[in-house]
Design a binder for this molecule. Structure first.
Ligand code: NDP
Length: 375
């Protein structure tokens, strides 16, 4: 993945680089699904840094984050990431393009990009402060991009990057799990039937972990087909009681949040380094509500208080976050091509149906991913 200086910007021969506009679904202000606007005049992305690439989007996928961002979630933190010196006036993020997953073809590479060349088939999870994939082209840092699995179409591949990068960050970086230490571990996934859960089950099973999953009764067949060892229906009876009757766990990955946080850490094996990692955190809500400085202070106080409280009971409490990583996706790509991980696509929509696709995500009860074909 070393980037070596090359002789110049390299473009795909058919690259429409000179065209200044492209088709995209944009929003001009935050709100409900009616804010979506299709345009043929969205600004064509430019390479501003030598390590960037332009990708022609073949397929995009949606996540709960897209629905939340459409409503303004995380706006304060994203504004800071886009414009750290606070030079631009408020609202400068519009027209905003959502969509965090991309599978497509490299059209153009910056001067320092050596790992990719125009024409390469790639996939990526796009950081939320960047313009997204509900468009014909997207610009990314090369270190966020990876060669897509050869065995998958763009439509199937695109269901994986964002949930894979999130699960990888939470399980590998935060919970310290990896292919060499998973075999004797008992892992509980709260909320196994959605995007993150269906990926996390497969990753952990391919590393030899013992995986218990909570989901609705009608998702049991799906999570079992992905390898879950034990499945607990949360929709009838007390899920806490059912899980308490089982052996203690080494890691809990919480994709549900809310009430679960009150009891789930008690399911961990105490004084053994066991970790509770939740993906449902108040981090961005605090900065939205209190502003950046006070919000970050509130976040620090909350996480520190909870971490200390849990340490007293012999377990570790952590917040997990999405983290873009081309190299993690390289590993995932190999696992997909080796048949260890498969895409779980619930429904595919055409590019003209983006509002309907978003509505489907908003309805919840996901069984894998919602995909949008662009080309
Ligand atoms: P999805 O919407 O794809 O999946 C959520 C799943 O949870 C659905 O299948 C739903 O099905 C199931 N579910 C709902 N309630 C429960 C419950 N009480 N017990 C068990 N299962 C339940 O979401 P993702 O997998 O993409 O993301 C999961 C969570 O993680 C979301 O809240 C998301 O915002 C968050 N997230 C956070 C990130 C971060 O950086 N911190 C990054 C990515 C995601 P059903 O309702 O039918 O049971």
């Amino acid at each position: 993945r070393l980037n070596k200086p090359t002789e110049g910007v390299r473009s795909f021969s058919t690259c429409p680089r000179l065209q200044a506009v492209m088709q995209a679904w944009v929003i001009d202000h935050y709100g409900d699904n009616s804010v979506f606007r299709f345009t043929k005049n969205a600004a064509f992305p430019s390479i501003l840094y030598p390590n960037e690439v332009i990708v022609q989007v073949h397929a995009a996928a949606l996540n709960p984050l897209d629905v939340n961002m459409r409503g303004g979630y995380g706006a304060a933190t994203m504004a800071m990431k886009r414009d750290p010196l606070n030079i631009n006036k408020s609202g400068s993020e519009f027209p905003l393009i959502l969509g965090r997953d991309v599978s497509g073809v490299i059209m153009e590479c910056g001067l320092d990009v050596a790992y990719f060349k125009p024409g390469d088939q790639v996939w990526a999870a796009i950081p939320p402060w960047k313009q997204g994939s509900l468009s014909e082209f997207v610009v990314l840092s090369a270190n966020e991009v990876s060669h897509k699995p050869k065995s998958l179409s763009h439509t199937d591949a695109v269901s994986i990057p964002y949930v894979a990068a999130t699960a990888w960050s939470a399980l590998v970086n935060t919970a310290s799990l990896n292919k060499d230490n998973c075999s004797k571990k008992r892992i509980l996934i709260l909320g196994g039937s959605g995007g993150v859960g269906t990926f996390a089950i497969q990753l952990l099973k391919s590393w030899g972990g013992h995986v218990t999953v909570t989901c609705s009764q009608n998702a049991e067949g799906l999570v079992r087909s992905l390898g879950a060892d034990e499945v607990v229906d949360y929709s009838s009876g007390s899920v806490e009681r059912k899980l308490s009757a089982k052996d203690k766990f080494d890691v809990v990955l919480d994709n549900v949040g809310g009430e679960t946080e009150k009891w789930a850490s008690a399911l961990l094996r105490p004084w053994s380094g066991a970790k509770y990692v939740t993906l449902v955190t108040p981090f961005l809500r605090n900065t939205d509500r209190l502003g950046l400085a006070d919000g970050m202070m509130q976040n620090f106080v909350t996480i520190a208080t909870k971490a200390v409280k849990h340490l007293r009971t012999g377990v570790h409490y952590r917040w997990g976050f999405f983290s873009p990583s081309g190299s993690a996706l390289d590993d995932v790509s190999e696992m997909v091509d080796a048949g260890k991980i498969r895409p779980v696509v619930e429904k595919t929509f055409s590019f003209s149906q983006v509002p309907q696709a978003m509505e489907k995500v908003e309805q919840g009860h996901a069984r894998g991913k919602i995909v949008v074909t662009v080309v």
